[in-house]
Design a protein around this ligand. Structure first.
Ligand code: RB5
Length: 208
């Protein structure tokens, strides 16, 4: 890696926090500066487009929702929330209280979100863990298991998570509703976070 090149390309985190771009670039020769600025411009434009693309109006979103037998009550609560927020949704089951297998419900929702047929997915099981493990096997899915409002907000802002998983044996319907509301209405921040998500996408492309 050429000195003065790699580090200044992004205005991301350094060990001491955000590093002012100007002071880093002022140490570079002109040719490197020009190339660096070009790459920085491309990166910022790309990050901005990416952030904009996830800022779709809440009422324009389409959400796929499913649960196993361990999550049916929270699923009903979240469906009421989606109706209140005027969000179009499709319920992918399950239809009964007898024991079913969570992957049978996680995969269809995750695949539909990954293909772009739905903007987001919400999956509920007893713990939320099985659903999140299964959903995250699908390429392009960033499923976040959240049982608190802070994480729900942070995972939208930082990870641009496209599926939310929750566990009905862990939290009650009131908290699940607050978590889902924050998760549905918080936009992705983009910027330095976009580059981290790109690394995951590149890994998926190369390895899955
Ligand atoms: C079903 O009993 C339970 O295992 C399931 O809902 C979930 O918690 C799995 O992670």
């Amino acid at each position: 890696m050429a000195a003065g090149r790699a580090a200044p390309l992004y205005d991301g985190d350094s060990a001491r926090g955000r590093r002012p771009i100007k002071c880093v670039f002022s140490q570079c020769p002109a040719a490197v500066r020009n190339e660096g600025f070009l790459q920085l411009y491309i990166f910022r434009t790309y990050a901005k487009i990416k952030a904009e693309s996830t800022k779709k109006a809440v009422s324009e979103m389409k959400v796929a929702i499913a649960s196993d037998h361990g999550g049916i009550h929270i699923r009903e609560e979240i469906k009421k929330l989606l109706e209140e927020l005027n969000i179009e949704y499709e319920d992918f089951g399950c239809d009964c209280e007898t024991s079913v297998d969570y992957p049978d419900y996680a995969f269809p929702v995750a695949e539909k979100v990954a293909k772009g047929e739905f903007d987001r997915g919400i999956l509920i099981c007893g713990t939320g863990i099985g659903m999140s493990i299964a959903a995250n096997k699908v390429k392009g899915i960033r499923c976040a298991l959240c049982h608190d409002v802070f994480s729900a907000k942070a995972t939208r802002e930082h990870n641009d998570s496209n599926i939310l998983a929750m566990g009905e044996r862990v939290i009650g319907p009131g908290l699940a509703r607050e978590i889902a509301k924050v998760w549905l209405t918080t936009p992705f921040t983009g910027g330095r976070h976009a580059k981290r998500i790109d690394k995951i996408a590149k890994y998926e492309e190369a390895n899955l």
